[in-house]
Design a protein around this ligand. Structure first.
Ligand SMILES: [Mg+2]
Length: 247
């Protein structure tokens, strides 16, 4: 089968998120890697009566609430919306007056996250090898478009892609079909003309196969595939192995 377009996932496919690179904070005697280490001190400038533990629990809870919304409403929940849920959990009303403050916390959180994400040079070299053979695109689930784009820029990858779709920017997310259809329309291709490369069975494999797209599963840790997930067309343990499939 020959494909016109190769579509990549971003996180843990082209760029690696390393939680150990997040700063450490101690909550209830436990050392935790979390952006809370930089966000809480800013927050406490204004709300010093809220203890760290309460802050951290409310922050964690907003993640879970956002995850539930993403599933029940089949859409992306932006980081801005999640921070609104977080403030609700702390019973702080989000008024227009508080918006700039909330924006500062969000920026601090995102800067800290971006610093824990790294894309090795070989990945860019791989894109360089692919670009003469295929049209390249990227579909990423991420709740803050500017940060995802900054990560791609820093890695020197942006210019390789004809299309970059970040879920937060369009409100759609994988594994739901809308974002794959949006990509195909923008690229003027049919799903079977593309092959998708990603690490997540439930997000990438299920999503791409669901619209009839071929899939290469990047299975770095040799995980077993759950029975509920469709079989990928190919499985690799290192991204560089896709050369053998797409060469
Ligand atoms: Mg991923």
């Amino acid at each position: 089968m020959s494909y016109r377009t190769v579509i990549f996932d971003l996180f843990d496919t082209l760029a690696d998120f390393d939680r150990d690179r997040l700063p450490v904070i101690h909550v209830n005697g436990e050392a935790i890697h979390s952006t809370t280490a930089v966000v809480y001190p800013l927050f406490a400038e204004r709300y010093s009566h809220v203890p760290l533990e309460t802050f951290y629990q409310a922050f964690r809870r907003s993640f879970d609430e956002a995850a539930r919304l993403r599933e029940s409403e089949e859409r992306e929940v932006s980081a801005r919306e999640r921070f609104g849920l977080f403030f609700q959990n702390l019973e702080i009303p989000v008024t227009p007056e508080i918006e700039p403050f909330l924006g500062r916390l969000l920026d601090a959180h995102m800067t800290c996250l971006a610093d824990a994400i790294h894309a090795p040079l070989e990945r860019r070299e791989l894109l360089n090898w692919l670009k003469d053979r295929y049209q390249l695109a990227l579909i990423s689930n991420f709740d803050h478009g500017p940060t995802a784009r900054q990560i791609l820029d820093r890695a020197g990858m942006t210019s390789y892609f004809d299309l970059i779709l970040i879920s937060e920017e369009i409100g759609q997310r994988k594994p739901y079909t809308a974002i794959f259809q949006t990509a195909c329309q923008a690229l003027q291709i049919r799903p079977h003309e593309a092959i998708f490369i990603g690490d997540s069975p439930s997000i990438d494999i299920a999503g791409a196969k669901g619209v009839g797209m071929a899939v290469i599963w990047l299975n770095r840790r040799g995980e077993l595939l759950d029975e509920s997930i469709p079989q990928p067309d190919h499985t690799v343990t290192r991204l560089e192995e896709i050369k053998g499939i797409l060469g």
